[in-house]
Design a binder for this molecule. Structure first.
Ligand SMILES: [Zn+2]
Ligand SMILES: [Zn+2]
Length: 353
């Protein structure tokens, strides 16, 4: 090859090599930082809610399937695990290996789609020797047994490959902890350890039953997670004076636009589905009314339906909510965090993603 060609090639090669070295050293620093610390080490004592999925079954780039991470003191809990939950928990630097327990509100697919991935990450990251408890109303045993069986071959592969010390077989997957669906007016205490109390209560997701919401209390602070529900007076009673109400919402006005489009396209099955879903979810204004009735201090919307793909759709979604509720309102996306420091009145809002 002629010298005139060799020289530029050598310079280009040196440039590429230098770029690769720089990339590797940036990666090395980032990975070292991530491995040496996690989100739990960065926050103060209190009750913290982080949305690891603010969406619904419909794809929204800013909202994965329903998932709420709750950090109460030293304990880490996950409420529902929709599609993408585990990946968002990872992106948030919340250590999946340290999940103490999982709670399911009901067994619609969008609330359990991400469970397999989450259980796998908890197992391989945590060196656990016991499976993670999954609390849920009657029916949870069937769901857990199904996921366990589906991942059984993968368990065999990983134990054979990495060894029992690295991935203890006893820590694989989950154990179901069912509780009877509580009747209206009755709270079922499903967790009471390390200063954390979690109470399940019935919500109204008819014809789907059982369906529950949860009240979490720690350090003089409180949170209620609605799960899926239409406007529920039982929820309002259990959310009495709560610091934070995390409530689902479906904008009938926006969903009706989808129904009309489906009708025009001759998609009769979609017309049926988008019409059916109106009756077992709350509208944003109804959720705000519940927050007002309960005396909640802050309202966080999650399980947002439909996807809010254009900025101005957020305004339509929230239309009328300010008039219905005197407290603060946050429209959640993946990574929305609300901090309730222990034994204080503070409510701090942060976007982590
Ligand atoms: Zn549901
Ligand atoms: Zn749902």
């Amino acid at each position: 090859m002629h010298l005139r060609l060799i020289l530029p090639l050598a310079v280009a090669l040196a440039f590429v090599t230098a770029c690769e070295q720089a990339t590797l050293s940036v990666m090395q620093r980032a990975v070292a930082t991530n491995m040496a610390s996690d989100y739990l080490g960065d926050i103060e004592d209190g009750l913290h809610v982080v949305l690891c999925g603010a969406g619904s079954p419909l794809p929204d780039p800013n909202r994965s399937g329903p998932c709420t991470a709750v950090i109460a003191g030293s304990r880490l809990f996950i409420f529902d695990a929709g599609s993408g939950a585990s990946r968002q928990i990872g992106a948030l630097r919340i250590p999946q290996g340290r999940i103490d327990a999982i709670f399911l509100t009901h067994f619609h697919s969008d609330h359990i789609d991400g469970l397999g991935e989450l259980l796998m990450q908890r197992w391989v990251n945590g060196t656990h020797t016991t499976p993670v408890p999954i609390h849920g109303p009657t029916g949870v045993s069937r769901v857990v047994a199904g996921f366990k069986e589906a991942y059984e071959l993968d368990k065999i592969y990983r134990v054979a490959h990495h060894g029992e010390a690295t991935v203890p077989p006893g820590g694989f997957s989950a154990v179901a902890v069912p509780f009877p669906a509580p009747p209206d007016g009755h709270g079922e205490v499903v967790y009471d350890e390390a200063g954390v109390k979690i109470t399940a209560f019935a919500v109204d997701h008819a014809p789907i039953a059982p369906a529950v919401g949860y009240r979490i209390e720690y350090g003089g602070r409180s949170v209620v997670i609605s799960g899926d529900t239409s406007k529920s007076s039982n929820l309002e009673a259990f959310a009495k004076d709560v610091d934070l109400l995390v409530h689902e919402a479906l904008s009938a006005r926006l969903v009706n636009v989808m129904t009309e489009a489906a009708r025009e396209a001759g998609r009769d099955n979609l017309v049926k589905i988008t019409t059916d879903i109106l009756d077992y979810h709350a509208t944003p204004v109804q959720a705000a009314e519940s927050a007002q009735t309960a005396g909640a201090r802050h309202l966080l919307y999650y399980h947002v339906v439909p996807p809010l793909l254009l900025g101005p759709m957020e305004g339509i979604f929230l239309d009328g909510t300010d008039e219905a509720f005197d407290g603060g309102i946050t429209l959640g996306t993946d990574g929305t965090a609300i901090h309730l420091p222990a034994n204080s009145d503070a409510i701090e809002i942060e976007e982590l993603l």
